[in-house]
Design a protein around this ligand. Structure first.
Ligand code: PGA
Length: 242
């Protein structure tokens, strides 16, 4: 693992954007795994700037998002589809046909999961997967559990995640209780993984992910077994790293 500790959240985003941009410059038809939440916003902002000022070209890029809430349509402002369009896709020259996000409106989550895995495989797999991390060390919506779940699957969100994500909703009752998420194998099959975190509230999760036992109780700890992980975190999230 390569760990980069930055002075600020903005710098975390800048370093992350440089790594993603480098991937696209080297392989214009890269397959990117993308994430949502507040963590990657600074990275997306920098990538937009690189697109506008330096002509970073997304025309051949394909993207797969990690997860989506069950029951929220693409038009729902709380859906991850909507988030991705608003914060990233509508500002760049990506081909909309190359954007893949699990369908939260499916009435057959198992079939949707199988289809999503097949799509990823048909594009040759993910070159670079960007991840945030939950305060409970989840990645994607892979919550602490007694086992690692391999493939894209339905998840029941745990109370900590529902509470953490309620800040994006009017009240906690509006937060969907279920999601569809890439599994741990889907994530671990990516050629390269970029893990981002900022803020003191992520410090424990980062410690568990990088230094703790490898256990499904801290899903991000599995990343210790991946051959090519870059961790970019601000100094608050790095508080417990020596
Ligand atoms: P956040 O979420 O970026 O909004 O903190 C990260 C995550 O839950 O994976």
């Amino acid at each position: 693992m390569r760990v980069i500790i930055t002075d600020s959240y903005e710098q975390m985003g800048f370093e992350a954007a440089k790594l993603v941009a480098g991937q696209i410059y080297l392989k214009p038809n890269s397959v990117l795994g993308l994430t949502t939440g507040s963590t990657p916003l600074a990275m997306y902002e920098r990538l937009l700037a690189l697109h506008k000022t330096d002509g970073l070209d997304f025309s051949e890029v394909t993207t797969f998002n990690l997860d989506e809430y069950i029951g929220l349509s693409a038009y729902n402002p709380h859906s991850y589809y909507y988030y991705m369009q608003e914060n990233f896709f509508k500002h760049i020259n990506i081909n909309q046909e190359n954007i893949y996000i699990p369908n939260g409106m499916t009435n057959d989550v198992t079939a949707e999961g199988i289809h999503y895995e097949q799509l990823i495989a048909s594009k040759g797999g993910i070159d670079l997967q960007v991840l945030g991390i939950g305060q409970n060390a989840h990645i994607g919506f892979n919550e602490p559990d007694v086992r690692f779940v391999a493939d894209t699957h339905m998840v029941e969100l745990n109370e900590e995640t529902i509470l953490a994500n309620s800040r994006f909703f009017n009240n906690i009752d509006e937060v969907p209780r279920c999601a569809i998420s890439m599994g741990i194998k889907t994530i671990m099959m990516a050629n390269r993984i970029l893990l981002l975190a900022n803020g003191r509230n992520k410090a424990k999760a980062i410690y568990k992910a990088l230094c703790g036992d490898i256990t499904p109780q801290a899903p991000a700890s599995i990343l210790q077994l991946h051959r090519d992980v870059v961790v970019i975190i601000d100094k608050e999230a790095a508080e417990f790293l020596s």
